[in-house]
Unconditional design. Sequence first.
Length: 124
Amino acid sequence: MSEIADFLTAQYDRLEALARAVADSPGVGVELYGAPDEARRAYRQFLDVIDEDYVLADIESKRRILARHQPREMGQRAVCSNCRPVDPDAPSDSTSVIWPCPDVRDLAAPFSAEPGYDAERWAV
Ligand SMILES: [Zn+2]
């Protein structure tokens, strides 16, 4: 693995544990004291969609995306094993995408405020 893959795996492990803890706690709800009715209704609708099943499915899909994009050594640099822009005029390794590729950097972007996020190298 790579630093960014390790970072993302740690984030997914954390979110998965949180979602499983919620799933294992039936009957737990959220009360929004003092919030206007409209805000409470909107928040409940949001939680109906963004529930633990959604979070677990989302994490699994992102783990599959990450698994398809791994660093591959090419000379002095690492490139993505999956990303290769189509350039019919230069169909060679020169069209490979430097690691971490934009897809993996996009996967990391939601965690940019977390400790360990390397904004200098991973920012989109
Ligand atoms: Zn890639």
